[in-house]
Every structure is written in C-alpha cells, then in structure tokens.
Design a binder for this molecule. Structure first.
Ligand code: HEM
Length: 416
C-alpha cells in the first residue's frame, strides 16, 4: 500500500482543495498514486463533496446524465427556480459564465455546442493549419534572439493567444488585451481563496471584454469576414441562432478555454521530453511521432487537473453513495495514471498505444477544441525540435503554476 505523503491526511483532502499545497504542485503524482490506491473515491461528506480518481469512476461520472453542471438542475423539481441571483459585484462575470456551454446542461448545452462545433470541423482545421505552423515557426525563430530564452514567456504563452485571436478574427494589435483578460478568467475558474480585490478585477475584466466583443460583433454584422465571429453570427441550425449575449460569452469561452490550457500542453510536452532524453532522441529520429508524443504528454502531465459535476439523484459508485446535490470532483490527472487502465502508467512512452486518456474529459462536454489543441501541440514540437534539437533545461527545476485547476509551468528557462 502506498504511504500517504506526509503533507496530507485523509481529513485534509478538503483542506487540500482550499490551500493548494505547494508540495502538491511540485509532485502531484505522488498524491494521485495515493488516492488511486487507497482512497479512489474519497468522501468529504460533511462538506458535501467527493473526489474520484480512478479512470473507470471518472469516466462514468463524466458520461452519466445523472451528473449535471447547473446546480439548479440538481435540486428537486419544485425548488429549481429558487436560486438566488448573483451579487451586483459578480453579475457581469455571471452573465458570461451562465452562457458558456461548459456550465450548461441540455437542452441549452446541446444547442450552444451544435452551433459552435462547425468551427472545429476538419475543414476549418485544415484552413487554420498553415497559419498555426507559421506562428509556431516565427515564435521559435524569435527565441534565438533572447539572451536567456524562457519557453513559457517566449513561446508557449503567446502561441495559443495569437492562434485564438486569428481564429476569432481579432485584430493583431489587440492581442495584448487578450492576455490580461484571459488570466483574470483563469482566476475566476480557479475558485478557492482569492486575493483581496479580485472580485473587482474580475468585474472590470468581464465588463471590458464584453464591451470589446460587442463592438467587434457589431462590425462583423455589417461587414462579415472569413473568421469565427462572422461564422457564429451567421450560424443557424434548425431555426436556432446564438443570442447577442451568447455570442459574446462564446467568444470569451474560446479565449479562456483555448488559451490557459494550451499554454500548459506546450510547456508540459517540452518538459516531459527534456526530462526523458531517450524519448526526445526517439522523437528527433522519428518526427512523425510528434502527434503521439503530444497524446502521451496530455496523459502524463494533464493540463487540466480536474473538473466537477453535481449529482441530480443519489448515485451508487465504488461501493459509496453520492447524494443528490453533492458535488463529484474528478481528477483527470490521476485517472490518466490509473494502472487499471494504462500499462506502466508512470512511464512516459511516446509510442503508447492505445492511449485513451481523459485529458480532454469525456461525455457531452468532451473538449470541443481538442482538434485545435492537438494541432497546436504537434506543430509547436515540430517547430521547436527542428530548430533546437539540443535544447535542454537551464539550471534548476522550472516553476510549476500554483493552480488547483491547471497543471502547467510558470517559467521554463532553456539553453537552446
Ligand atoms: C491542451 C489543451 C486543452 C485541454 C487539456 C482542454 C481540456 C478541456 C476539458 C477537460 C474540457 C471539459 C471540461 C468539463 O467537462 O468540465 C474542455 C471543454 C472545452 N474546451 Fe478544451 N481543452 C484544451 C484546449 C481547448 C481549445 C484550444 C479550445 C478552443 C479554442 C477549447 C474549447 C473548449 C470548449 C468550448 C469546451 C466546452 C465543451 C462543452 O462544454 O461542451 N479547449 N476542454
């Protein structure tokens, strides 16, 4: 049986969610291994939530319609309309989040997702590919100019912002605004204890970004272009369209969902390769393995650590009962290292096959942007490794982001 890491005790699981233990950020896999073996479905019954880590349980929770995203849908029918409205402070943020498909259940989720999914069809990805390749190559070339290149600041962070801006049709000079807004929204999603003044910062960001997209939408309505905003305005399916507020919210979702995650995918992929020189050598010898290397990095260091659902009815799982209204947190990063699903789960193997990881979740909310994320990851590795085959980590361990939700590096200094 795995020893419980000294920093944690069973009763501390709730505290772990709140305090983001620094040790966890550095070596979460130790903790995941403990959960998988000893507490695969840990209940913090008094606090009303559960933590599931095994692949099978996580997959079941994500796929079963008993588990919902909207808390009102978990209430018994007569109480559903009685949720209090958000405070004035959180209203602008709430108006965006309430219109994100990510936080909706059917029928709203089905409608929103259907209307947006065109943007990620293979034809759209083929159209975007040369642009993404060009951006990756340009940023990789630029890295050579820096005296002490940092992969995150110079490459992994700007790449997805530029790609999303390109996809949406945002003018290049406005990209800087995007970076700041995206970070504030990552903090909104993070939850937990927030720094003083955060609510005000979030309110301002929500108001600014909403105004920004409302203006851009108005422009595209009068003069459509070949970009996602114009397509979303035109998108209609079986007589349905996105409302103005849904359009604005969807643009913000694209930015946040597509940025904060893909930075981590690129950083984590490079990190895994540099930490496993045999796998790096294999990829350099066989560049056609880039796509499979990205899949393995998604499994091995999953950029989104966890997500959650709420039980809309009592649910039996793993010999326990999750009660109606309780939340089920699922640890994607742990499920992706479950020995019951993956042979040698703690070995980084870029030729792993099959590799049915849950880094993009599963079920109805399976990541809509997965084809784009995969493309960005693959083209990023190709651009970097073809230029800098001898790149290595500069002294010391890179810094992991202090985030419960995202697994990614803050900085990653390199010798090219
Ligand atoms: C490595 C990069 C990425 C990872 C690891 C990732 C991960 C995820 C996960 C785990 C979910 C499901 C969350 C849940 O069920 O609670 C999700 C949903 C989503 N992702 Fe991604 N994502 C990535 C990149 C992207 C990109 C590039 C875009 C778009 C530009 C995107 C757009 C979305 C959207 C729209 C949803 C909501 C889907 C729905 O609710 O039906 N993601 N993503």
């Amino acid at each position: 049986m795995q020893e419980l890491p000294a920093a944690f005790a069973t009763s501390d699981i709730e505290a772990w969610f709140r305090t983001y233990s620094p040790r966890l950020h550095g070596s979460p896999n130790e903790f995941y291994a403990y959960l998988l073996e000893s507490e695969p479905l840990s209940g913090v019954a008094d606090a009303g939530y559960w933590v599931a880590s095994r692949y099978e349980d996580v997959n079941r929770i994500l796929k079963d319609p008993v588990f919902v995203r909207e808390s009102r849908n978990a209430l018994p029918e007569p109480q559903r309309q009685e949720l209090p409205p958000p405070s004035e402070e959180w209203k602008p943020v709430g108006e965006l989040l309430d219109n994100w498909m990510l936080f909706r259940d059917p029928p709203a989720h089905t409608r929103l997702r259907r209307l947006v999914s065109h943007a990620f069809l293979p034809r759209a990805m083929d159209r975007l590919e040369p642009k993404v390749r060009g951006i990756a190559e340009y940023l990789a070339d630029e890295m050579a100019e820096a005296s002490r290149p940092d992969l995150i600041a110079s490459f992994a962070f700007p790449l997805p912002v530029i790609v999303i801006a390109e996809l949406l049709g945002v003018p290049p000079e406005d990209r800087e605004l995007f970076k700041a807004w995206s970070h504030v929204f990552a903090g909104v999603l993070e939850g937990g204890d927030r720094p003083a003044g955060f609510a005000l910062q979030a309110k301002q960001a929500a108001e600014e970004i909403s105004a920004y997209f409302r203006d851009l939408i108005a422009e595209r309505k009068t003069a459509p272009r070949e970009d996602m905003i114009s397509e979303l305005i035109a998108a209609h399916e079986q007589g349905e369209r996105l409302t103005e507020q849904e359009l604005v919210a969807t643009c913000v979702l694209m930015l946040v969902a597509g940025h904060e995650t893909t930075v981590n995918l690129i950083g984590n992929s490079v990190y895994c390769l540099l930490r496993h020189p045999d796998q790096l050598a294999l990829l350099l010898a066989r560049p056609e393995l880039a796509a499979s290397a990205v899949e393995e990095a998604l499994r091995f260091e999953s950029p989104v650590r966890m997500t959650s659902r709420i039980a809309s009815a009592d649910y039996e799982i793993g010999g326990r009962t999750i009660r109606q209204g309780q939340s089920a947190n699922v640890i994607l990063g742990a499920a992706n290292r479950d020995p019951a699903q993956f042979e040698r789960p703690n070995v980084f193997d870029i030729e792993r096959s099959p590799n049915r990881h849950l880094a993009f979740a599963s079920g109805p909310h399976f990541c809509l942007g997965a084809p784009l994320a995969r493309m960005e990851g693959e083209l990023a590795l190709s651009a970097l490794l073809s230029r800098y085959p001898r790149m290595r980590l500069a002294d010391g361990e890179p810094n992991w982001r202090q985030s419960l939700l995202f697994r990614g590096l803050e900085t990653m200094p390199l010798y090219l």
